[in-house]
Design a protein around this ligand. Structure first.
Ligand code: FE2
Length: 278
């Protein structure tokens, strides 16, 4: 192939990839539009506030979007990074970097303008996407072996502002429960325990620093996959917090290669941080 033909071939591929990305972006936003058609945001905002910045919707995503997530989660099984912290956590994770490479529909769902506008209405905050080098911006969590779980924790924000977590149920052939306690950081209210076993298509939304939560251990033969989205109010992170956050992500979620290679690339490019939850 001549140099000119080679260049034309590359340009044609890039145009095709761009068109595919635009189509996926429109599809994802349309799916969120269908999800929101059934919701009453004012009522849900009230529910969210009453529950101390927590909301659970047992039905949210339309069936075709849920099915796409199920297919993506199954396709990403070989990419799962397993981790184990004695006494606190066991399970697998797939980071946003792997999702970007192999299942970009999930990234389009994360960036859906309709979803972000709705989340802003419910939380009452202006939300921003997590920085490019944050492996938790969107990630899949896998519970596939007996005993996979995560102990009580907050999704602590290492950013200068607040950090919101959105969870979607993707696959749930398990007995795992999301246990939580509302109002633990509000001295004027009594702690209120709750539990949900959120099915495929369900949504959980909370302020990471306000909801104490855990996922109970899976049993032999069970499979559970959930998708998490993270939004922030200020994407800046101080250097010492960045270091702690990177270490947690490397050990507890995605492995040192994923976390520090991306952090290094970002530092070289003059970018920000990498971070994540507890
Ligand atoms: Fe969490």
């Amino acid at each position: 192939m001549s140099v000119q033909a080679e260049e034309e071939h590359v340009a044609a591929n890039m145009r095709a990839a761009g068109a595919q990305s635009a189509a996926q972006s429109a599809e994802a936003d349309a799916a969120i539009g269908r999800a929101l058609g059934k919701q009453d945001p004012d009522r849900l905002r009230g529910e969210y506030v009453d529950q101390g910045s927590f909301l659970y919707l047992s039905e949210f995503l339309p069936p075709e979007a849920t099915q796409r997530l199920i297919d993506a989660a199954n396709a990403l099984m070989p990419e799962v990074n397993r981790n184990f912290i004695p006494g606190h956590k066991a399970g697998g994770s797939v980071s946003r970097h792997t999702i970007d490479r192999l299942q970009p529909y999930i990234a389009e769902l994360y960036r859906s303008p309709k979803l972000i506008a709705w989340l802003e209405k419910i939380t009452g905050d202006r939300l921003q996407l997590s920085p490019e080098n944050d492996p938790h911006a969107y990630a899949l969590y896998y519970y596939t072996r007996a005993g996979d779980h995560i102990g009580w924790h907050y999704d602590t924000s290492y950013y200068d502002g607040r950090r919101y977590t959105v969870l979607f149920g993707v696959i749930d052939d398990s007995s795992c429960i999301l246990d939580y306690e509302l109002h633990t950081r509000d001295a004027s209210k009594t702690d209120e325990p709750g539990a949900v076993q959120y099915p495929p298509g369900a949504l959980v939304l909370f302020d990471g620093d306000k909801l104490r939560h855990r996922v109970t251990p899976s049993r032999e033969g069970e499979v559970r996959v959930s998708l998490t989205f993270e939004y922030v109010t200020n994407p800046n992170m101080r250097p010492w917090r960045r270091f702690i956050s990177n270490m947690k992500d490397a050990i507890a979620y995605f492995g040192f290669r994923q976390v520090f290679r991306k952090a290094l690339q970002s530092a070289r490019a003059g970018g920000g941080k990498a971070g994540g939850p507890a």
